[in-house]
Design a protein around this ligand. Structure first.
Ligand SMILES: NCc1[nH]cc(CCC(=O)O)c1CC(=O)O
Length: 304
């Protein structure tokens, strides 16, 4: 088979993920070639993602290359992918998921009870959860890649950075993890810790099957389908503070998730257990909306 052309953003994290995918394909006997592409989300660094408009800021340019056949697959952090893809696009594989937690990275150990603690994050979910659970902690907006953020922290902007363990680990900064946030309080963003492989329906069927065989982790896929079904029904992009985490229990999926208001005042969480991923996500969404999530969502859309 001819080489699989892999489309990726140019950031260090994106390149790590694309190379990780290439290695897995190579191990399965497939040849690969990386094709680097800049996206709107990479260029606009001075505006928070919530304000650029979350729809596909990191995916649009890559999707154009998929549609025109310049690349066969595009590699993304699953978390960055919209819950509903544009017509003709689909996720054909999810890589085995990493530890899902949010962590705090810094030059010293982080004590969440410290009344003067200032943490850097640009995620509305993380800000709202800190307001809810640790209202004494101040958060400041920080953007850019991990290296840039660490520099801003060292320049005095904040005492620590709140980040996904997965990204910190992939970039080799495990030594700087000063605290791991509990996944009961900080239920992660949908898809956190997994890499998604996107393709266009025009991809050759034989190639598609070989790629899926080499890359897809069926357990991760079940979990992410459940989480993404929840997100799709709430129509949240990455800028809306909803969260969900699915775990497998035998044949069942245990999906826990909810929503938090931007000021942290209200946090709703429900748990659904059922064997069907899509049903789990839809049922969770229905219950969250019925419990007052609809009002929280409407309020958030007004404020963003
Ligand atoms: N929002 C950006 C983003 N998208 C994926 C990751 C980390 C890797 C992952 O969760 O798979 C990050 C950084 C972060 O949230 O700290």
């Amino acid at each position: 088979m001819e080489a699989i052309k892999i489309g990726t953003r140019k950031s260090k994290l994106a390149l790590w993920q694309a190379e990780h995918v290439a290695t897995q394909l190579n191990n399965a006997g497939l040849n690969t070639e990386l094709v680097l592409q800049e996206t709107k989300g990479d260029k606009v660094l001075d505006v928070s993602i919530a304000k650029i408009g979350s729809k596909g800021v990191f995916t649009e340019e890559l999707e154009e290359q998929l549609a025109t056949g310049v690349v066969d697959i595009a590699v993304h952090s699953a978390k960055d992918m919209q819950s509903r893809l544009p017509e003709g696009f689909e996720i054909i594989a999810f890589s085995e998921r990493e530890k899902i937690n949010d962590v705090i990275v810094g030059d010293q150990e982080i004590d969440l009870q410290n009344p003067n603690l200032v943490l850097g994050t640009s995620s509305t979910r993380r800000v709202a959860l800190f307001r809810h659970f640790y209202p004494h902690i101040k958060t400041v907006d920080v953007r850019g890649n991990l290296q840039t953020r660490i520099q801003k922290m060292r320049d005095g902007l904040c005492d620590g950075l709140v980040l996904a363990y997965a990204g910190v680990h992939r970039m080799g900064y495990d030594d700087m993890i000063g605290h791991t946030l509990s996944d009961e309080e900080f239920i992660p963003a949908v898809g956190q810790g997994s890499v998604a492989i996107e393709a266009h329906s025009n991809l050759d069927a034989e190639k598609r099957a070989a790629i899926r065989q080499a890359l897809n982790d069926p357990n991760t896929e079940k979990r992410l389908l459940a989480e993404r079904a929840y997100l799709a029904k709430l129509e949240g992009g990455c800028s809306i503070p909803v969260f969900a985490l699915a775990q497998l229990q035998g044949n069942d999926i245990r999906l826990q998730g909810g929503i938090v208001s931007l000021d942290g005042g209200q946090r709703l969480v429900k748990t659904i257990t059922t064997p069907n991923p899509a049903a789990a996500g839809e049922q969770l969404a229905d219950e969250i909306l019925a419990a007052g999530g609809d009002k929280i969502l409407a309020e958030i859309r007004k404020q963003l």
